[in-house]
Design a binder for this molecule. Structure first.
Ligand code: ATP
Ligand code: MG
Length: 370
């Protein structure tokens, strides 16, 4: 998978910028607040996923403009694609591939995929369960667009049901709709759980190999998917999971009314991560948790490669300077198998050894350095 060119118009702090990228590594260097992360964010949007940092889509449009555009030439699955994203200040994003409008944003991930690794990901292991769910969801939405659909439906239902529970005194007539909401949540929830369970198993296999290689001392990384306790086997059929969820929901009905909250469901899921048998969140050293974060991200890349036969584009946002030489070395070696775009404040240390095209990012403009 290869991003050959990207063009940004009225996007964040870019007026009109075209950038040709090489097949291997590209380094984007520049001072703070010049537009390095903005550019990686634009590349990431080509996967059809939402930005990891924009609260609203309209935030992506340059101040004072009413729409942004991103265009890209991509080589994927042995063919060339021209991708166009039209991002209005308000309203839906429109996407077209080779001039044909795409109905679902998930379709973009069939053509272009990438893995983003940014400094916040280094805290993936230490953070609460929500950070790990975000990681799972982002990875799965690219891998399986149907997952994104089920997840979005589940999230919508959860929001409605939570409102009904919260407003039960002010709006008691809504309570009669609760069983219907619960049933539909269980239906989409069963799909979400099953996808997550399969993904977590693949992730565990790949990440364990990487942890062992990077740690240099055979550290054992284990990942277990944790979901609703009544789900005896999260890889069972959707029908079976739905039945377990339904039973479980019945036993929680009263507690949910009393607490005015949705108490159970995959919105509480987590990945339990251990290093050498001890819970990483509480016991692993700083170095071990960083290695584990790196292992998760590179496992995500391997899984995408297994799925479509080519490596996704790797986006490394300011992450190298946060890592020690051993982990930097691993990261640089690994990424040589595919295209990688690296941002940094200055090209230093190990980055000098990398055979890469260099670009300077300055005030919303990118130009080649060599
Ligand atoms: P750092 O090294 O600090 O991470 P960076 O080069 O990655 O810096 P970016 O996050 O890419 O910086 O760019 C930040 C700049 O983009 C800020 O100056 C911000 O004001 C500007 N910016 C963000 N959104 C918009 C927008 N919608 N319109 C115009 N400018 C924007
Ligand atoms: Mg940045």
């Amino acid at each position: 998978m290869q991003l050959n060119r990207i063009v940004l118009k009225n996007y964040r702090n870019y007026d009109n910028q075209s950038l040709d990228l090489p097949a291997g590594a590209a380094i984007l260097a520049g001072e703070n607040a010049q537009g390095k992360t903005n550019l990686l964010e634009a590349v990431f949007l080509l996967t059809g996923s939402r930005s990891w940092r924009a609260a609203r889509r309209g935030d992506l449009v340059s101040f004072g403009r009413d729409r942004a555009r991103i265009e890209a030439d991509v080589f994927s699955r042995g063919r060339d694609f021209h991708m166009e994203l039209d991002l209005p200040q308000t309203g839906r994003m429109q996407a077209a591939v080779n001039g044909i409008k795409q109905k679902r944003q998930g379709d973009l991930a069939e053509i272009f995929r990438c893995v983003l690794f940014s400094p916040e990901d280094l805290y993936l292991i230490r953070e609460g369960p929500a950070a790990r769910r975000r990681f799972l969801d982002a990875a799965l939405c690219q891998l399986r667009p149907r997952y994104g659909v089920a997840l979005a439906e589940y999230a919508k239902l959860l929001e409605h049901k939570s409102k009904i529970l919260k407003m039960q005194e002010e709006n008691p007539s809504m309570l009669s709709a609760l069983p219907e909401f619960t049933a539909r949540m269980n239906q989409y929830g069963a799909a979400v759980i099953r996808y997550r369970a399969f993904y977590a198993r693949r992730l565990a296999e790949e990440a364990a190999k990487i942890q062992q290689a990077v740690s240099g001392c055979g550290e054992r990384l284990e990942i277990q998917y944790r979901t609703v306790s009544a789900v005896e086997d999260p890889e069972a059929s959707e029908r079976q999971i739905f039945e377990w969820l339904t039973e479980h929901a019945k036993s929680h009905e009263r507690a949910e009314l009393q607490s005015r909250q949705c108490l159970t469901g995959p919105h509480k899921d987590d990945l339990e991560i251990t290093v050498n048998g001890a819970a990483a969140r509480g016991f692993a050293s700083q170095g071990q948790t960083r290695t584990a974060a790196l292992a998760l991200k590179f496992a995500e890349r391997e899984i995408l490669k297994d799925d479509c036969g080519e490596y996704p584009v790797m986006l490394l946002d300011d992450v190298l300077s946060e890592l020690d030489p051993r982990r930097q070395e691993y990261l640089i070696q690994q990424t040589q198998g595919g295209q990688v775009i690296i941002t940094c404040c200055e090209r230093e240390g190990r980055l000098r050894q990398l055979d890469a095209a260099s670009f300077l990012v300055e005030n919303g403009a990118v130009r080649p350095e060599n």
